[in-house]
Write a protein that binds this ligand. Structure first.
Ligand code: ASP
Length: 584
């Protein structure tokens, strides 16, 4: 090996030893008669000394020309450092260099390779290999590796086996567009990259594997919202002979284990909330329950009292903002402008201040008595000193707007603490969702999700009311996992495709293989998939996933380092039967 120790190894007990180290020059300080170099590798930094008197002449001379990020190998004696650095694990020693071997030179890097870099995101992505040399980046990838190992060990101990499923497949409907790959050997035909291994894991259950998992890449061609990646990683899982409760228990266990092992925090049993409850109290199917500010609906208290703006609305709903009674007029106006931004879309906002002396002051004093406002405050669990922020409008829209406001307030009031973990299950999702644009039902989760057995009757006449045995695992306001009990009966599956607007022929062409498999003794089964990138980021105390991915894509779905996607040359296009003319 090109080294006897790493740059993080050496301690006072090594003093007097001759060692060989290899690494990158973090920085060099030249004092004329002495050159100090910080040598860095993955494990740490060790100080090297090149001394005019104590190092060989040619070594000392060579050291003069060392620049940042040069790769070198040195041999020398471990000596005690005069001015020790207690911040550094190796800070008590240094190496008096006797031999210097330049392994590779380096251009000056385009940004500083320090914990706090001066490089912008795009530049850091373009030179990702340099960015990865920085401690925080390396730590994040190591953290990701640790989470993945914990997942594998935990599930393996429960008899899950990791099975790889193919990447070149046929479309799986998870609600996004497919990335497609042209087939050279089958002219005019295309593979789709999996949006998830959904149908394969179900076929593994038919195949008797019983408990499956896979840490697997999935591909979805979606319009990129901030912090989404076109390729991302799932911990994909499936179990046979289980009901919903078994799945919730198993994966609550896994999630607790991961939180405890990687953050040292213990968490209680996860609360459960129905989808309907989550929407009503948080306006959101992935509520952040690290903080309160739950919704209070006040239609009965605020309508028909002469304030027409409220009278017409389907829903009048508000939240109590801790300490909001002390907001200035300007601050309140700031929040009104915030909810009126097109991204949020509210028409306006009514506010009430619950003053410390028990009186109320509001933007609607003309219309309401103090006793009305007091009742509103009660409904929103407000304390003296709080403010009420109230919106009105169509129910779903208004909930979504108030939820956005709640989250923003949570952020600004510092209520969303990165080191606090508040997981919960959201259960009883509707099976279907009406889509105005196409004027038909879509599967809320995916078309393989089983309706609740007790709702089967309603499937024909009130499909919109049917709930599914589908669940999401939510952590700190993020959906980190979701799954369902599946349909395992060919007839029910075919009825489901009907409901979703597939003709018999379309269903057969696209999913004949699955319904065919269900003819051969499919066991009851269900599963879940976690988004590994996001889970890892949250466990690492971050919300942004990009730094937890070694080679991520930017907001336009581009890899700016290798410059992909890129055009193909005409010959390659012809070979793939793609009738596109390249521009010259
Ligand atoms: N395949 C689903 C998804 O990707 C997860 C599941 O139902 O297990 O969201």
């Amino acid at each position: 090996m090109l080294r006897t120790h790493s740059c993080g190894d050496l301690r006072p007990e090594h003093i007097g030893k001759t060692v060989t180290l290899s690494g990158w020059v973090q920085k060099a300080r030249n004092k004329g008669f002495i050159v100090w170099v910080d040598l860095r590798d993955r494990y740490g930094i060790t100080q090297l000394v090149f001394d005019e008197e104590r190092s060989p002449k040619e070594v000392f001379e060579k050291a003069q020309s060392l620049g940042r990020e040069f790769v070198i190998q040195v041999r020398g004696e471990v000596i005690e450092r005069e001015s020790k650095n207690p911040q550094m694990p190796t800070g008590a020693v240094e190496i008096l260099v006797q031999e210097l071997n330049l392994l590779n030179a380096s251009e000056t890097p385009p940004f500083t390779i320090e914990d706090e870099s001066d490089g912008g995101e795009e530049l850091r992505m373009q030179y990702r290999y340099l960015d990865l040399r920085r401690n925080p980046m390396r730590e994040k990838l190591i953290h990701r590796h640790r989470v993945a190992i914990q997942v594998r060990n935990y599930l393996s101990d429960l008899d899950f086996i990791e099975v790889e499923t193919p990447y070149l497949i046929k479309s799986t409907p998870e609600g996004a567009r497919d990335f497609v790959v042209p087939s050279r050997m089958n002219s005019g035909q295309f593979y789709a990259l999996p949006q998830s291994p959904q149908t394969f894991k179900q076929l593994l259950m038919v195949g008797g594997m019983d408990r499956y998992f896979q840490i697997v890449k999935c591909f979805r061609d979606e319009d990129l919202r901030a912090d989404r990646q076109p390729e991302f990683t799932q911990i994909d899982c499936e179990m046979a002979f289980v009901d919903q409760e078994d799945i919730l228990q198993t994966f609550e266990g896994l999630t607790k284990h991961l939180i405890e092992k990687t953050t040292g925090t213990t968490v209680d049993d996860f609360p459960r909330m129905t989808y309907a409850e989550a929407m009503k109290t948080y306006g959101n199917d992935k509520p952040d329950i690290r903080f309160g500010m739950t919704f209070g609906e006040i239609n009965d208290l605020a309508q028909n009292k002469g304030f027409q703006v409220f009278d017409q609305q389907e829903l009048v709903v508000g939240i109590a903002v801790p300490g909001g009674a002390s907001y200035s007029r300007k601050e309140i106006d700031g929040w009104i402008d915030w909810v009126k931004r097109p991204q949020v879309g509210a028409k306006g906002m009514v506010w009430v201040k619950c003053l410390e002396d028990g009186t109320y002051k509001s933007s609607v004093d003309k219309f309401f008595e103090s006793s009305d406002l007091e009742q509103w405050a009660k409904r929103m669990n407000a304390q003296a000193g709080d403010a009420l922020f109230i919106l009105g409008g169509p129910a779903h829209e208004t909930r979504t707007q108030l939820s956005a406001l709640r989250m923003e307030l949570g952020n600004r009031l510092g209520l969303r603490k990165a080191d606090e973990f508040a997981p919960l299950w959201v259960v009883d999702f509707p099976l279907l969702e009406w889509d105005e644009e196409s004027q038909r039902y879509h599967a809320m989760h995916h078309p393989f999700t089983a309706p609740k057995p007790e709702h089967l009757e309603m499937l024909k006449d009130q499909p919109g009311e049917v709930c599914a045995n589908a669940y999401d695992l939510v952590l700190n306001g993020n959906e980190i996992g979701g799954g369902s009990i599946r349909i395992h009966d060919a007839d029910l599956q075919s009825q489901m495709f009907d409901l979703l607007g597939f003709s018999k022929e379309e269903a057969q062409a696209q999913f004949g293989f699955l319904m065919g498999a269900f003819q051969y003794g499919a066991p009851p089964h269900g599963g879940i998939a976690f988004g590994l990138d996001r889970l890892v980021a949250i466990l690492g105390g971050d919300e942004s996933i990009r730094d937890y991915i070694a080679f991520p894509k930017n907001n336009s779905g581009r890899d700016v380092m290798i410059d992909a996607p890129a055009p193909l040359d005409q010959e390659q296009l012809n070979e793939l039967y793609l009738n596109i003319q390249t521009e010259d």
